[in-house]
Design a protein around this ligand. Structure first.
Ligand code: SAM
Length: 259
């Protein structure tokens, strides 16, 4: 694995990732808006619409950080129950549980605070400090699993995929959104310039931290291409593995089912 221009081993990578997110946690949401020009909001909406959330579901959002995906899932579900009520259907037992798992307590702390500010139902949201590679949830306990901009940071991607497969129920959905690879030559040039020059500079100015954003760009380059990552997901046991590119592959959403 390379960080900046030096080679680092796995243990060092785990530590670096920890430091990166501890440092960026306070400026994390602002940086996302700046770097993506607000687009990450639409990408996350897209991810959640592909999940088809439903009231009463058990969902696990891994690398959930500051809660962006979990909040959208809840909004989506609340929309569904609200429409059901309007149509005269009785409100069911709403025992929806959305677990937000992250390895970094600083990111979770920002998320918890945001949930409190939004006055979200705290019974539905559970914040769990943990590692994507060794989940503490029971086998076949989840209807859905999402990981957004998270799997790239995990040391052993295969282990995280195996764990996703293990905790999902049969029929459960796996969705992964990640910064991916751009193929079109001209667009690739622009994108490379943007990521190698603009992003680290922005990190320095906005977050006072060039290195963390240099790491971000490096880790995108290291991540497997769309087709290869799809094969890895299938190797973990998932069926109907597909992916959708957004903005020409800047982002890809991979999906799979546990059948
Ligand atoms: N999903 C959120 C979003 O889309 O805004 C946060 C994405 S953030 C780029 C990546 C997150 O992955 C960080 O909060 C980091 O702490 C977390 N992370 C890194 N390695 C992890 C691991 N092994 N297990 C769980 N979370 C991890």
């Amino acid at each position: 694995t390379s960080f900046g221009f030096k080679e680092v081993n796995e243990e060092e990578k785990a530590k670096l990732v920890g430091n990166v997110f501890t440092k960026v946690a306070p400026s994390y949401d602002l940086m996302n808006d700046m770097m993506s020009g607000g687009l990450h909001r639409l990408w996350k909406d897209r991810l959640v619409s592909k999940l088809h959330p439903f009231p009463g579901m058990n969902h696990l959002d891994v690398a959930g950080g500051t809660g962006d995906i979990a909040f959208r899932i809840l909004d989506n579900i609340n929309g569904v129950s609200h429409r059901a009520l309007q149509n005269g259907q009785a409100e069911g037992e709403d025992d929806t549980k959305i677990y937000v798992l992250d390895i970094n307590p600083n990111m979770l702390a920002v998320g918890k605070k945001r949930a409190a500010d939004k006055m979200l139902d705290s019974r539905c949201l559970q914040w769990v400090e943990g590692d994507a590679e060794a989940l503490t949830f029971e086998e076949s306990s989840m209807d859905g699993y999402t990981i957004a901009f998270g799997i790239r940071n995990v040391t052993h991607i295969e282990r995280a995929l195996d764990e996703a497969y293990r905790v999902l129920k049969r029929g459960g959905r796996f969705l992964c959104m990640e910064l991916s690879h751009v193929d079109t030559p001209l667009f690739k040039q622009i994108y490379d310039y943007y990521s190698f020059s603009v992003i680290p500079a922005m990190g320095e100015v906005v977050a006072g931290d060039r290195d963390s954003y240099q790491y971000l760009v490096e880790s995108i380059r290291q991540f497997p291409k769309q087709e290869k990552f799809a094969r890895m997901i299938a190797e973990a046991g998932f069926q109907k593995v597909e992916y959708e590119n957004l903005v020409g592959g800047v982002v890809a959403i991979h999906t799979g089912l546990k059948l």
